[in-house]
Design a protein around this ligand. Structure first.
Ligand code: PLP
Length: 455
């Protein structure tokens, strides 16, 4: 029988993260101060983030950065994750393509997000920080951070987007089980929250608002720092354990991917699986296609613009040069909550700009259709976010069938969907729809962002 799962040992957990910025000819543009328009230095981030993460954010010279032993020790609770040959999906599609997926859903919280949460909690602890704060949309990052905070004895306050807080009570319970405090956002506990509630008492929240609240708390409470689950370069750095393991496992399978695919919210799981393979592209000229699968209702990569914009709704963050729909963009309430973010981070944005990666947009109903096919063929119910990667994989595998070419496709299964069954319930009852977005609406929103550009 042919091998289905490619497994690595605990001792194979990577000892270093791969810092792709060191290999990029065009470095990502530096974050700038919104008022002075001056480029920032790591020290400028110290009031918000812990010092080591701030330094990693700007590190453009070290190709590899050591993973602290304490972090590897917690990684041992679930790493290395399996690489799986999706024979069932290949058969269901009747495709000559070889499809592999890296299964990050086996982590204790069900997604890849722990890979960075553990690192960030460790660096905060090491610096003597006692309290941390963050936001969560769908609840995945909050769950991961709650788990990591517990391991390193930190107090965590999570601002959870109000609509998720109400629609996904189980996510809240997961965070509380690990000992975190969960607050529905917008809340009355911050100036940013109070202003939004005053303007619109019925506002159900957004990731941008929750970020504003968490940052406000971190900058006003002593010995409190903020942690972020995506978008920033140090988060992508931590996620490269995914691709480094996958590279070894593809070697065990005797194949090398022609195409690497992941879903795209702020870019962390995409970067995690893609960057270690992209290292070969940048240093050896390998020709691999890297495809980011984003929701059609929040299409920053396919329809947004490469501009300086805030990372949050209230405008507390530095300006980041990235593909964006505008920090005031209000995405439709699709069920893939983790993909409802307006921007893309500076590193991946530069790589897209320079043509090293491409993006495709997936409609909500197509993502669920792909998820159903995958569940029946492989036995895993994927997270609605991951379903976007599966839909893009299916598109490529069907192209192989049409063209009669055999390609090797690798995608990242960023999480499972077992805590998203209300979303599946809506899909199965026929209550879900696609959201169309006109270019006019996108352009109108971007007009305000154009004013922020560097003079
Ligand atoms: C948060 C999340 C995503 C999106 O975030 P990225 O930073 O783009 O990876 C994707 N999949 C799952 C399961 C998530 O929890």
């Amino acid at each position: 029988m042919e091998t289905k799962k490619f497994l690595l040992d605990e001792k194979d957990i990577p000892t270093q993260w791969y810092n792709i910025v060191a290999d990029m000819k065009n470095k990502p543009m530096l974050p700038i101060h919104p008022a002075t328009k001056q480029p920032l230095k790591p020290e400028d981030l110290y009031p918000i983030f812990c010092e080591e993460c701030s330094r990693q954010e700007f590190n453009s010279t070290d190709r590899y950065i050591d993973i602290p032993e304490e972090v590897r020790d917690v990684y041992r609770n679930y790493r290395c994750t399996p690489l799986v040959r999706a024979y069932g999906l290949e058969k269901a599609l009747d495709t000559p393509a070889h499809i592999f997926f890296k299964n990050e859903s086996v982590s204790p919280v069900g997604s890849h997000k722990l890979n960075s949460a553990i690192a960030q909690a460790y660096y905060c602890k090491k610096q003597g920080i006692t309290n941390i704060t963050t936001e969560t949309g769908a609840g995945q990052w909050g769950a991961a951070m709650s788990y990591a905070a517990k391991f390193f004895g930190l107090e965590l306050a999570v601002y959870m987007v109000k609509i998720s807080y109400e629609q996904k009570p189980y996510r809240k319970s997961i965070m509380q089980s690990y000992g975190a405090t969960v607050i529905a956002s917008p809340s009355m506990s911050t100036k940013a929250g109070r202003k939004i509630i005053t303007d619109d008492p019925n506002y159900m929240g957004s990731l941008g608002t929750a970020i504003s609240e968490a940052i406000e708390l971190a900058t006003t409470v002593p010995n409190c720092k903020y942690v972020l689950g995506s978008v920033l370069s140090h988060v992508s750095l931590h996620q490269t354990v995914i691709g480094q393991e996958a590279k070894k496992q593809m070697e065990m399978a005797g194949e090398y991917p022609d195409i690497v695919i992941a879903c795209f919210g702020g870019g962390s799981n995409f970067s995690g699986i893609a960057f270690p393979f992209m290292e070969d592209t940048l240093t050896k000229g390998t020709k691999t296609r890297f495809i980011a699968a984003e929701p059609a209702s929040c299409p920053k990569l396919t329809r947004g613009r490469f501009l300086y914009d805030f990372g949050d709704e209230a405008g507390y963050t530095p300006l980041l040069k990235m593909y964006t729909l505008g920090h005031n963009f209000q995405p439709a309430h699709i069920h893939a909550g983790g993909l409802r973010y307006h921007g893309a981070g500076t590193t991946v944005s530069q790589l897209i700009k320079d043509g090293f990666m491409e993006a495709t947009d997936i409609k909500q109903l197509d993502s669920f259709k792909a998820a159903m096919l995958f569940a029946k063929a492989e036995g895993i119910i994927p997270a609605p976010e991951s379903a976007h990667a599966i839909a893009a994989t299916i598109d490529e595998a069907l192209k192989c069938k049409e063209e009669g070419t055999q390609k090797t496709i690798l995608f990242n299964l960023s999480g499972h969907g077992l805590i998203d069954m209300t979303a599946y319930d809506s899909y199965l009852s026929g209550d879900l729809k696609n959201y169309d977005l006109s270019q006019e609406d996108i352009d109108k929103n971007l007009e305000t962002i154009l004013k922020l550009q560097q003079k």
